[in-house]
Design a protein around this ligand. Structure first.
Ligand code: IPM
Ligand code: MG
Length: 405
């Protein structure tokens, strides 16, 4: 009997191999869990018309939390064409499974730490240590879109200026969701010894939605007088982040702005190979490397698994095993600082599994993997390699959104 039950969702492309790397480190760190494989990804869209099958949602309900690798997403027309012939006429719509999971399970907080590890040659500047709190359930991501202006909207104020052939996407911001993400950011600041929270918005143009967001965040800020609070327009924020990244600490923002800003912040601390996320709700969470499925690298055992390893670290921390989490993060920091094992993005030649093994070896001695564990994971990696090439073939050429979803 294991202490925890984790839904394991490797997904597509490089998802399985980075998940494997994370597993090697989790096992080596002494995290005691049963991992339950869940079907998710492009293969299930093609065969079943659903990239996130019902049985996977049921599996999630029986687990403590989930770990997600990556998923290949393709533009609407292509997704439609790749559907099994018998599903073609059922007018199914492909939606990003991770966005669906966030909404279905009310994982309202997308937590994205960006820390410049000492010695990482990819750091834009040393000392960067930011934490992004991205609202994860609403904003531009509610999926309410129109290919043309609906007749029933015509009478609404301002609509007369909109040409009839316009496509529309609705942005929805609520006070409740804004307040809870703000609350999460301030609570985190207090419990993690952070000094400042910056709320990012565009209230000078998006007066209603960003206005409401800011109002709700301000109200929460007033209850945390010990934490410095400031606001910034999202455009200016991009500029300021590059100019003076050390000025920032905790950032809280709406869904789309958080998506964009978190990639910017990721690049400042080494790129997507270092970017990890927790999609966190009140009772459940899904952890993931922020990168996509990168089909062109699938099965090559080449990509940097540190993002997945750090996502695993965050999962362990969330579940309450702080010491193990701390050990993993410290091991990552040591390997990066040492600099002898580097994947291609870091200017080295180490493979995905080399990096995972290096992190495992850097763990405190009592948790180092046995020879058996290392061999078992290597065998698994090989199996995943062949699976990866299959996915790559399937993903075909071009037009694949490497951000997956
Ligand atoms: C992310 C990704 C997703 C998002 C995509 C894949 C739907 O970019 O997690 O940042 O936009 O949220
Ligand atoms: Mg993104």
């Amino acid at each position: 009997m294991h202490t925890y039950r984790i839904a394991w969702l490797p997904g597509d492309g490089i998802g399985p191999e980075v998940c494997d790397a994370a597993r090697l480190v989790l096992d080596a760190a002494g995290f005691d869990a049963e991992y339950c494989h869940g079907d998710i990804g492009w293969e299930f869209w093609r065969k079943e018309g659903d990239a996130l099958p019902r049985r996977t949602l049921d599996l999630l309900r029986s687990t403590d939390c989930a770990f997600f690798g990556a998923i290949t997403s393709k533009p609407m027309a292509e997704a439609q064409r790749e559907l099994a012939p018998e599903l073609q006429r059922l007018s199914r719509v492909y939606r990003s499974p991770i966005v669906r999971l966030r909404r279905l399970l009310d994982l309202y907080l997308c937590l994205r730490p960006c820390r410049a590890f000492v010695g990482n040659r990819l750091n834009y500047r040393d000392g960067i240590d930011l934490v992004m709190f991205r609202e994860n359930t609403e904003g531009m991501y509610i999926g309410v879109e129109y290919p043309a202006v609906p007749e029933s909207f015509r009478a609404e104020p301002g609509m007369e200026a909109i040409p009839p052939d316009a496509a529309l996407s609705l942005r929805c911001v609520t006070r409740a969701a804004s307040a809870r993400i703000a609350e999460a950011a301030f609570r985190y600041a207090v419990t993690h010894g952070r000094r400042k929270v910056t709320a990012v918005h565009k209230a000078n143009v998006l007066r209603e939605t960003c206005g409401l967001f800011l109002d709700a965040v301000r109200e929460v800020a007033s209850r945390y007088p010990e934490i410095e609070f400031e606001t910034a327009n999202v455009d200016a924020m991009c500029m300021w982040l590059l100019k003076d990244p050390l000025h920032y600490d905790v950032i809280v923002t709406t869904n789309l702005f958080g998506d964009i800003l978190s990639d910017l912040c990721a690049q400042m601390v080494g790129g997507l190979g270092f970017a990890y996320s927790g999609n966190i709700g009140d009772t459940y969470a899904v952890f993931e490397p922020t990168h996509g499925s990168a089909p062109k690298y699938a099965g090559q055992n080449k990509v940097n698994p540190l993002a997945a390893i750090l996502a695993a670290k965050m999962m362990v921390e969330w579940i309450g095993q702080r010491e193990i989490a701390w050990n993993i993060e410290q091991a990552v920091a040591d390997v990066v600082q040492h600099g002898t094992v580097r994947t291609y993005d870091m200017g080295g030649t180490a493979s995905t599994m080399d990096m995972a093994r290096a992190v495992a070896q850097a763990l405190p001695a009592s948790h180092r993997p046995t020879e058996d564990q290392v061999n078992m994971r290597a065998a698994l990696a090989q199996r995943i390699d062949s699976h990866g090439s299959k996915i790559e073939e399937m993903a075909g050429t071009g037009a694949v959104d490497s951000q997956g979803g």
